[in-house]
Design a protein around this ligand. Sequence first.
Ligand code: ADP
Ligand code: MG
Length: 428
Amino acid sequence: MTNDAILKKVKADFDLSTNALREMVGAFHDEMRLGLESQVSSLKMLPTFVDRASGDERGRFLALDLGGTNFRVLQVQLGSGGQVKVEHVGKYIIPRAVMRGTGEQLFNFIAQSIDTFLVDSRIGYDEKRDLGFTFSFPMKQTDIVNGILINWTKDFSASGVVGKNVTKLLIAALKRQGIDSVEIAALANDTVGTMVARSYQDQDCDVGIIFGTGTNACYREPSTETIVNIEWGNFNKLPLNRYDVKHDKASGNPGKQVMEKMISGMYLGGLVQLVLSDLIQTRLMFKNRRAKFSKGVFTTTRMSQVESDTSRKLTKVEDYLDSIGIIDSALAERALLQRICELVSRRAMRISAAAMSAVVTWMDPELKDNHTVAIDGTLYERYPGFKKTILATLTQLHGKDAGKIKLVHTKDGSGIGVAVVAAVAAHA
Ligand code: ADP
Ligand code: MG
């Protein structure tokens, strides 16, 4: 088989026509409707209890951003005229063992990190601080402060947390750590934080999206004028190819987070790895070499680096292949690897665009108004062509009306926004 023929085969698996995307938008609307009516749906459509910020909020607030890879603590100062200043940031890496240990270990780790942050930033324990807790997992909120974890996603599986009020668990851990100067004023999803961070200064912002370890979105629901956390990673009305099926089966949560597994940073590399393993096994790629891509070695970050190599001879790709023992690769093989990454990432971006289109047209079917979509997450920030491909796909779906949809990278929005939410909740 020639490289072109191989590529054609992979392309057939990962191509998604614009018509297929249109169908996806329709199915997404159906699932949104069912979710809002509390009927069976892959979209949970969770209420968030977050009020609009006035822009007059003042003071210093802490934010705790528990994402998937990094865990961060921030101190944010809200000043006059909607000004936001991040004064201190502490970044902590949650060890895998802690993500997958007991809930007590996880929350102890969080409380210890807050302690470290208070010391390192010299904030100390004398001044009281209201804290916004960004918790990026599906939760059933009962008010702005309390929420019950519905299920873990991404790499988390800490025991004894599902079904519990995560705010209470955090309060208990802070108490064990001896911290009594910090009060939890608000709990919110990272999508909500991102949307609030932008809407604080942009009236047109009515969608918040995360493309990071996982993916999710929230939007302003017109019928209730509240912010709804879609939990869109779990959307499951998409055509799956054999790699998707295999990938899902091998995951920690088979049958769940189906769209997330086709889009987000935790998963894309694994999908490419399955394609590569298949091609190597059938001796279509890297033949005559003892090449092996075992589970977990090909990451999304690696894909991103492979696609970023614009050198004529793909020397960065060559160095990488050398480093894993595939020496003397041919340029055509390196180009093939790059194209395979492109096919998988392009599909991710096109699905992302269709999901975005579904959310915006749910609010505004004829795209009469302007909509700012606030987006946070390292995948969106760093993956080559992410924004460009989304915009091109939106244009395929909506023609010139796509211009009504503005994508704004809201860096650190998930943390900053929840500090604002905390300020609103604390009536600052
Ligand atoms: P979180 O989702 O935990 O809040 P991030 O938004 O930082 O964290 O996203 C982390 C994800 O970003 C990782 O899973 C990784 O796959 C992806 N990522 C990291 N570096 C890059 C990169 N250079 N290019 C593309 N994706 C990246
Ligand atoms: Mg995040």
